[in-house]
Design a protein around this ligand. Structure first.
Ligand code: FES
Length: 196
């Protein structure tokens, strides 16, 4: 056996050790360099993940306002003669990083009909989004921007708006509180399409 063939196993051992050393250097280097990125991403996404957890647990991003209904008034506050009452809608607004407490998000007209039913219409004009006014003199709604007009039941009395006023879901609890499922819809279209 010559000297060259005697050295071969020793050389193979050295190159295997070199490979293992390089392999672990790459693995450990990768872990060390990725750690700050993972920590940074976790910190950055934490509010979003927490918000999803809260929304999933309560079924409503604003919490304690189950099924999206908001307490807005009471039955006793509505005139018995069917006159609509303008009511601002406020709720907690949550974005990815912040919670804004009790923010105005829109308004409605609440009304008790002669039959005792409670109705709610979004006050946003479906034409281009101005706030509709109630006109006591002729018992109808009129938009000050381009003269859209609506009857008390929300139906149009001219062809300016593309659809009737948007009626919202209402419920009255055993204490006479009025709860409205507030929703805004896209303006300028004949279909009722939720904005979000
Ligand atoms: S926005 Fe109401 S009529 Fe145009």
């Amino acid at each position: 056996m010559n000297e060259q063939s005697q050295n071969k196993p020793a050389e193979e051992g050295v190159s295997r050790r070199n490979f293992i050393t390089k392999f672990w250097s790459v693995v450990i280097g990768g872990i060390v360099s990725l750690t700050p990125i993972v920590v940074g991403l976790t910190f950055f996404l934490d509010p979003i993940l927490r918000r999803r957890k809260v929304a999933g647990a309560t079924g409503d991003a604003a919490g304690s306002q189950g099924e999206g209904f908001l307490k807005v008034s009471s039955e006793a506050a509505l005139p018995a003669d069917g006159t609509p009452v303008f009511q601002q809608i406020r709720k907690n607004v949550i974005d990815a990083w912040n919670t804004y407490i009790d923010q105005p998000v829109g308004s409605v007209y609440l009304r008790k009909t002669k039959e005792g039913a409670i109705t709610a219409f979004n006050s946003e004009c479906p034409h281009l989004g101005c706030t509709v006014s109630y006109q006591e003199a002729n018992h109808q709604y009129k938009c000050p921007c381009h003269d859209s007009e609506f009857k008390l039941d929300g139906e149009r009395t001219n062809e300016i708006p593309p659809r009737p006023m948007d009626e919202l879901d209402v419920k009255v609890d055993e204490s006479g509180n009025i709860w409205v499922k507030f929703q805004s819809y896209k303006i300028g279209v004949s279909e009722q399409i939720p904005k979000n």
